[in-house]
Design a protein around this ligand. Sequence first.
Ligand code: DHK
Length: 184
Amino acid sequence: MPLPGLPLFVPFPITPYKPNHMKTDPSGSAPDSRPSPAKPIVYVLNGPNLNLLGKRQPEIYGRETLADVEAECRRIAKDLGLAIEFHQTNAEHQLIDWIHEARERAAGIVINPAAFTHTSVAILDALHACDFPIFEVHISNIHRREEFRHHSFVSRVAAGVICGFGTQGYSLAIERLARVLAGC
Ligand code: DHK
């Protein structure tokens, strides 16, 4: 029986995003005192060989460079009121270190792990330690390519996956992340 005065249906509560450092400790102690960033930070992380974007297999990855992608990510993030940390590395451990850094500072991650998508349990584990939305991006349609590219470890933890939209996939992922962070 519903209690008098209470609605029959309580909608699923949307919990607004709080970065880790602003969460109240379950023990009851106060949240730590680091200042909250003015804008939510999104880490845009890129894995191996993406530094060669525009030069490497342009028939697959297109002619835009990673610098072009970064500029577009920054442009769209500015419009959406987000700050961007944009990185590329050829080293697995460096990607993991940035994911750990993001865990402390960021509101979300957009990641193109490139070849590590298909191989790295370590990157999956690092992403599992983050409690914010993660969007996985692939420039090419990995499902139209060699079979070894069809499996992604990262998809197990991604809120969404974009592939085959070319470099526009990054902008789409940032737009989606902004919506999710706004609770819509
Ligand atoms: C980029 C790579 O470097 C490949 O190893 C992936 C991905 C696909 C992309 O499409 O962005 O298999």
